[in-house]
Ligand binder design. Structure first.
Ligand code: SF4
Length: 297
């Protein structure tokens, strides 16, 4: 397996060594838990069953999941190893949730998504599947998982390439993420389709986290969604930034201000993106994961 599963195209044989993301051939998952923090059509009343994969193909300085997203993840943070354990974990947790499974940051294990979904089907379990991603995806991989994903939930983090380099160690983020999201929209359509209970079963929701001091970047993301994607594309504008980690640049060392967020919300409205979601400013207190706890949130 010479890994080219994401745009980094490390080409390493993951049976023998690790690439940028730090993942080996064996799937590693830090948590499988019920989560009530996603957008309403993705969580319903009972919550989504989220599967938090270990490692990541980006290095965001402000990553809220740093405990599990780095190249080196402590052994005790990995609770499920291999496809069998992951399937078992989902089967156990799903009855407590809506019939929706979220694969969170699964890019480095995208090859395992078909296996996981097929094993669930073999057990008579047919959930809606949500592929929750940082947006740094290759088109080839998205085409491989197309039959196994119902809803894409990608980030669109940056339109400014220099920010992607500085904050996430990713040299070509805007072009790669734009192409990936356009492929997701081609596969599933721009409109989020929901059942009679308002639960999503097909479509795309784009997320954008507003960063302190980076209002212009957020406006450029909105411009792209409004001008280049279909009119009914749903954008979820997040305010939940809080400073985490070490070696943060000074400008990221504070919370997002109310004024900054409101300016971006107003711009989104002016651009006609009115069928998405915005957050309360208190969201940065609410969504703080703790991967030492069974419930995580
Ligand atoms: S998934 Fe990991 S090993 Fe594979 S190309 Fe991406 S960063 Fe490299």
């Amino acid at each position: 397996m010479n890994c080219c599963y994401c745009p980094r195209r490390c080409g390493v044989d993951r049976r023998e060594s690790e690439g940028f993301c730090g993942a080996t051939e064996r799937v590693e998952v830090a948590a499988i838990c019920r989560h009530l923090g996603e957008e309403p059509p993705l969580r319903g009343e009972k919550g989504i069953c989220n599967v938090f994969f270990a490692h990541c193909n980006m290095r965001c300085l402000f990553c809220q999941n740093q405990e599990i997203s780095r190249a080196k993840v402590a052994d005790e943070k990995v609770r499920y190893r291999g496809v069998d354990e992951v399937v078992e974990g989902i089967a156990k947790m799903l009855p407590e949730c809506e019939n929706i499974v979220g694969f969170v940051s699964a890019t480095q294990y995208a090859y395992a998504i078909p296996q996981i979904v097929e094993r669930l089907h073999e057990r008579g379990i047919y959930p809606t599947t949500v592929y929750n991603t940082n947006g740094y995806e290759s088109i080839e991989t998205l085409r491989e998982i197309e039959p196994y994903v119902d809803v894409y939930l990608p980030d669109m983090k940056y339109m400014d390439e220099a920010l992607g380099r500085r904050y996430s160690g990713t040299k070509d983020y805007p072009n790669v993420a734009m192409a990936a999201i356009e492929e997701m929209v081609r596969q599933k359509g721009s409109r989020l389709m929901c059942d009679e209970r308002g639960l999503a079963f097909r479509g795309v929701v784009i997320r954008h986290l507003v960063l302190p001091g980076q209002v212009e970047n957020s406006k450029r993301v909105i411009d792209w969604v409004a001008e280049r994607l279909p009119w009914n594309t749903q954008l979820s504008l997040m305010a939940q930034y809080y400073p985490v980690g070490v070696n943060m640049p000074d400008e990221l060392g504070r919370n997002l201000s109310k004024e900054e967020y409101e300016e971006v919300v107003k711009y989104m409205d002016e651009k006609g993106l009115t069928n998405g979601w915005v957050q309360e400013m208190e969201a940065n207190e609410t969504y703080r994961p703790d991967f030492s706890s069974d419930s995580v949130f």
